[in-house]
Design a protein around this ligand. Structure first.
Ligand code: FPP
Length: 239
């Protein structure tokens, strides 16, 4: 089970409380922490959180610095707990524009949790799905592929995903917007999409449980037809 989340609505959550956007992001980081713990309890195999997109660099500098600082602090505090719960931390995306302290923390969190196997937690930072598809295509060169799923290996290498993550089963986006915003475009080919009005800082363990409940009611057909129970009518038709 691979769940991917576009954590949207921190700014609106803060505005509703007359707080600045940074306070919204801090509340968002607390929600992310709670959802990671809940996902472990729900036996999710892979959780990918969209923390900072390539386009987020165009936000005002203080907000960019606050977000990247928050990520570093999150990694510092979450690493010990992830070790206890056997959660493997992995930051996906591009690294050359990140500052050296954040890069060092990413490498440390990844190294320390490399042996963990209960859940693969991927934080997408300086991430663009379209750029990852281009980079994976460049690495592919003339390698023959027998199935689209084999391309996942090249996508993983393009964004430092270790191990290779499977395709997304459920994509959740909070805060009402109904778009993918350059997130896991290839990997979401057959994902179930769940758009929620709830602002990200309000998303919690109960909301995740509800999302999983909704997912369990979806009928996934992968382009085929639904498996139907053979009724007497169908048996008659076959004869
Ligand atoms: C979108 O809300 C959210 C982001 C661009 C950043 C997501 C970051 C966090 C949840 C905090 C850090 C994450 C971790 C894992 C520690 P927005 O700012 O676009 O909200 P708005 O649309 O209401 O303005």
């Amino acid at each position: 089970m691979h769940i991917a989340i576009i954590m949207d609505g921190n700014g609106r959550w803060a505005a509703l409380r007359n707080l600045n956007r940074q306070a919204g992001h801090r509340a968002g980081a607390r929600a992310a922490d709670a959802v990671v713990r809940a996902a472990v309890r729900q036996r999710v195999d892979t959780l990918t959180l969209y923390a900072f997109s390539c386009d987020n660099w165009f936000r005002p500098r203080p907000e960019v610095e606050a977000l990247l600082g928050l990520l570093r602090r999150y990694l510092i505090t979450a690493t010990d707990r992830c070790l206890e719960e056997s959660v493997r931390i992995n930051v996906i995306g591009r690294r050359h524009r990140l500052n050296s302290t954040l890069k060092a923390q990413i490498e440390q969190s990844e190294r320390l949790t490399a042996g963990c196997s209960r859940m693969h937690l991927r934080l997408a930072v300086d991430y663009s799905s379209r750029l990852s598809i281009i980079e994976a295509g460049r690495r592919l060169r003339d390698t023959p592929l027998n199935a689209p799923a084999e391309y996942l290996r090249f996508l993983a290498a393009a964004v430092h995903s270790d191990p290779v993550a499977p395709e997304v089963d459920l994509l959740i986006r909070t805060a009402g917007e109904k778009r993918l915003s350059d997130f896991l475009l290839w990997e979401c080919a057959y994902a179930e999409l769940l758009f929620l009005d709830c602002l990200w800082p309000d998303f919690d363990a109960a909301a995740l449980a509800q999302a999983l409940e909704e997912f369990s009611c979806r009928q996934r057909r992968f382009g085929r037809i639904a498996a139907v129970k053979e009724t007497s009518e169908i048996q008659a038709w076959k004869r």
